[in-house]
Design a protein around this ligand. Structure first.
Ligand code: DP6
Length: 351
């Protein structure tokens, strides 16, 4: 299967500058745990965000000794350059021209750094798109559909969740019986005709509860699943949740959508608490916000709910419908006070 992504013959390499933009995504069924070569331990599904993006340009200087320079919002980032250098060496089989020159990579995010919005997802998504454009010049252009599929495949090798950012809307990564053509090697869009209109217009407001460095990197977090005694049950549950979610998405069952999405977020955090060493990724503000959301939902019946990534910040999810004004008012009045600096990133998922 991986053979379909092997590189074509190189025609010629020459200096070239390309650029691309790629959004981040937020998972509903979480990817947490992986095997060698970035194979996920369970299938995941995410919404691609509309506004939080990484914009990247790559200047390729053909014929120079292979090296990578990276500038993040204009600042030299040697650590990131090292990571990209390693990544490029790793994907040479799929892009045989990749080590034949020097790179200057300029990248900037439209959202704040350390906001808990996955910049590795949008970052590797944007790099993979740039690489496929260069590949078109040096090895011949492929059909558009194959370009995105290979970009998703390459993005996965940079950061697992990045492969889902190559498509809009709801996107699946990881083999599941519930989604035709799903794969562990790349992401596929969730079939549009199987999504009820209730799920095609959502808000994601990210409350910045804690803006510092994450206490555990996702690489370390995934690794901890190897010795977690509950891991196998968790992987199995992710498969079961896909089956449940499929029915929810078809019927527009918002109540059970909320239940499943919050359960997934809490399971991710529970897994970290049960790891050895253990990690508690929530801060007190995270808990206060969750309790207030539950109370608000109980008293008003309005569909405000949350998801979490591997950190303390809270993604507030709510439909873009007649209930949204009341929900926004509540967030500003009651939840914003739990952030560090009134920090909130407002995005939408509309498709
Ligand atoms: C909690 O994709 O950042 O956001 O493959 O090691 O780069 P690597 O991990 P990464 O993990 C993301 C985990 C998550 C859940 C998700 O996005 O599915």
């Amino acid at each position: 299967m991986e053979n379909e992504f092997l590189g074509n013959k190189i025609f010629e390499v020459y200096s070239q500058t390309v650029s691309a933009s790629c959004p981040s995504n937020i998972a509903l069924i979480k990817y947490w745990g992986k095997y060698a070569d970035q194979i996920p331990a369970n299938p995941s599904i995410s919404y691609t965000l509309n506004n939080c993006k990484t914009n990247t340009s790559i200047e390729f200087l053909a014929g120079e000794k292979f090296s990578v320079r990276t500038l993040l919002a204009g600042n030299e980032e040697p650590k990131f350059a090292e990571k990209i250098e390693k990544y490029f060496r790793n994907i040479e089989k799929y892009l045989p021209w990749i080590l034949k020159g020097k790179y200057i990579i300029k990248t900037e995010n439209t959202f704040p750094h350390s906001s808990g919005i996955a910049s590795s997802a949008s970052g590797f998504g944007a790099i993979a798109k740039c690489l496929m454009e260069l590949d078109g010049y040096f090895s011949g252009k492929l059909a558009d559909e194959i370009i995105i599929k290979k970009a998703s495949f390459l993005a996965r090798l940079g950061s697992g969740s990045a492969c889902r950012s190559l498509y809009n809307g709801l996107v699946v990564w990881g083999k599941t019986a519930e989604v035709e053509n799903s794969s562990d090697l790349f992401a596929v869009p969730y079939p549009d005709k199987e999504i009820h209109s209730a799920f095609k217009n959502f808000n994601d407001w990210v409350l910045l509860i804690h803006e510092g460095e994450k206490s555990v990197s996702s690489t370390v977090g995934h690794g901890l699943m190897k010795t977690n005694p509950y891991a196998e049950r968790r992987f199995q549950e992710a498969h079961e949740n896909f089956k449940i979610l499929k029915e929810i998405l078809r019927t527009g069952d918002l109540k059970n959508f909320i239940k499943l999405v919050e359960h997934e977020a809490l399971t991710l955090h529970a897994m970290m608490m049960m790891s050895d060493p253990a990690f508690i990724l929530m801060k007190s503000g995270t808990l206060e916000v969750i309790n207030k959301i539950w109370e608000f939902r109980n008293t008003t019946g309005l569909p405000l709910f949350f998801t979490l990534d591997a950190g303390a910040n809270v993604h507030l999810l709510f439909p873009g419908d007649k209930s949204e004004d009341k929900i926004k008012e509540f967030i500003i009045k009651e939840l914003l006070q739990h952030t560090q600096n009134n920090g909130v990133v407002k995005d939408v998922m509309r498709f």
